[in-house]
Design a binder for this molecule. Structure first.
Ligand SMILES: Nc1ncnc2c1ncn2[C@@H]1O[C@H](COP(=O)(O)OP(=O)(O)O)[C@@H](O)[C@H]1O
Ligand SMILES: [Mg+2]
Length: 265
């Protein structure tokens, strides 16, 4: 596994002959096997941060490192899950999950072992030979998540992976991701604009402010989750009922609302 480090990261875009500062002074370390969620208003630069860690976008200031190595381009040490499922439509579920493993040169018996493990874990049993268009959005996103985890990457980068799902499917996926994350702890950078989702899933939450995107506050959830033993509750609505959960959620909402106030002036 590995950590992700943002050091003094900034990003300026040039638009219509003008410079536009999208991100400024981002300092953040996602520790080895830590699950960090980033929340913030639309346009504050969440996706840009993730794309920098993925090597799909470059910083105009500072550096992004994964496992101590500066990110310059996409690589197999980083698996990405996007909001739009981005599966190969012409490949079966099995072949979609297998594709990256073949590229990495993983032997056939080992591929089979790993794929079977994640197919079972993500509840995809019986759908191995189905094609993406035959699956619901939730099922497609299970495939995308299995495809990322099966590579055993050093870090996982997820950009609003449940953003396109209906509310009920979303809850099921959140519960499954929690199970997966506790069973297979990985270094995860998880972008969302859903506050409850962040509190439920993350060890720490980064709250960003808008224009230019900066880190407003970093909130430790893990200490609270462990002290209050949220993991003994299997349903998200029961976790969300806990006073400690409500307290964190309200605090984050307050931070986000303050920025709405800023934007209005
Ligand atoms: N390639 C680009 N060219 C110009 N502006 C961009 C580009 N990518 C993102 N932006 C701008 O940077 C800001 C941050 O975008 P983004 O990272 O997508 O925010 P978020 O994911 O938090 O909604 C937005 O104002 C967006 O319009
Ligand atoms: Mg985004």
């Amino acid at each position: 596994m590995a950590n992700i480090q943002f050091q003094g990261v900034g990003r300026v875009f040039h638009q219509g002959g003008k410079d536009f500062v999208a991100l400024e002074g981002i300092d953040l370390e996602v520790h080895d096997r830590e699950f960090v969620a980033v929340v913030g208003p639309s346009g504050c630069g969440k996706t840009t941060c993730m794309r920098m860690a993925a090597g799909l976008e470059h910083a105009t200031a500072g550096s992004v490192r994964v496992g101590g190595i500066e990110v310059k381009a996409p690589g197999p040490d980083r698996a990405v899950v996007f909001q739009q499922f981005a599966l190969f439509p012409w490949k079966t579920v099995w072949a979609n999950i297998e594709f990256g493993l073949i590229s990495l040169g993983v032997a056939a018996d080992e591929r089979k072992r790993r794929i079977e493990h994640y197919i079972a874990l993500m509840g995809l049993g019986g759908y191995e030979q189905a094609f993406p268009h035959q699956l619901s959005g939730g099922m497609q996103q299970r495939v995308a998540i299995a495809r990322a985890y099966v590579l055993d990457p050093k870090v996982l980068l997820m950009d609003e992976p449940f953003g396109a799902l209906d509310a009920q499917t979303r809850v099921v996926m959140q519960e499954e991701l929690v199970r997966l994350a506790r069973q297979h702890p990985r270094t995860v950078l998880f972008i969302t604009h859903a506050v409850e989702e962040a509190v439920y899933l993350a060890d720490r939450i980064v709250v960003m402010s808008r224009r230019p995107g900066r880190i407003r506050e970093v909130i430790d959830v893990k200490t609270v989750r462990e002290a209050e033993q949220w993991d003994r509750l299997s349903r998200i609505e029961d976790v969300m009922d806990q006073g400690s959960f409500v307290h964190l959620r309200t605090h984050i909402w307050k931070l986000l609302r303050e920025q709405q106030g800023d934007a209005a002036h």
